[in-house]
Design a protein around this ligand. Structure first.
Ligand code: ZN
Length: 127
């Protein structure tokens, strides 16, 4: 299960039925936190609000601190995937970073010591 990377988009086959009435569903979720320190890795995923997956929870400060999550995930729906969930497909996130100034995705950018800034923002810091 743990060749998963942060940002990966998963299509999983999960049981979203009620007790005694299992119902398999395909759902799209995104890996936002991975903890490899225990005997079984725990993988925290962001679940879009429209998914209506029953076992989701609100992502709180503890999750954010433990998994070092960006602020934007606080209060969003999350879930842990387990070995009972069947991962149908994995789409690795493209390599790159978001511009610190305007949020544009910059392919192949890597975060080092300084800020990550896109070419347009470098030319015009006031945009
Ligand atoms: Zn920019």
């Amino acid at each position: 299960m743990c060749d998963l990377l942060l940002g990966d988009e998963l299509v999983i086959d999960i049981d979203n039925g009620s007790e005694g009435h299992p119902r398999r569903e395909e759902q799209k979720i995104q890996v936002i936190g991975i903890d490899d320190s225990g005997p079984t890795p725990s993988v925290l995923c962001y679940v879009p609000a429209y998914s209506c997956i029953k076992r989701t929870f609100k992502i709180n400060k503890k999750h954010a601190l433990f998994f070092n999550l960006p602020q934007k995930f606080l209060g969003e729906e999350g879930m842990f995937i387990t070995s009972d969930d069947i991962v149908l497909s994995v789409k690795h996130a493209p390599e790159g970073e978001l511009c610190d100034n305007c949020g544009t995705f910059i392919q192949y950018a890597k975060r080092g010591e300084g800020p990550v800034v896109c070419r347009l923002c470098l030319q015009n810091p006031y945009r």
